[in-house]
Design a protein. Structure first.
Length: 84
């Protein structure tokens, strides 16, 4: 019983990863990152800015930026050295 649940969970996770792929995730990350960066610039230029708001935006931007850079690096490596 336990083995079948683990196998089903693993198969579901693999198929979900295969269906979504990196292209869709990369596009969503890019769109969200652009929105957050533009929001940060607008808030920085406005008179309503506060350190707390900028800190919250930075906390969301930095991890997305890391994931974006890693996604781009993976895509470049995939082009340079294709996987069979």
């Amino acid at each position: 019983m336990v083995v079948s649940v683990i196998t089903t969970t693993t198969v579901s996770a693999v198929s979900a990863t295969t269906v979504v792929g990196l292209g869709v995730g990369g596009a969503l990350i890019t769109i969200l990152l652009v929105l957050l960066l533009s929001s940060r610039e607008l808030i920085t230029a406005s008179s309503y800015r506060s350190r707390k708001t900028l800190a919250v935006l930075d906390a969301a931007i930095i991890p997305l930026l890391v994931v974006f850079v890693l996604t781009i690096a993976y895509q470049v490596l995939e082009i340079v050295n294709p996987i069979n």
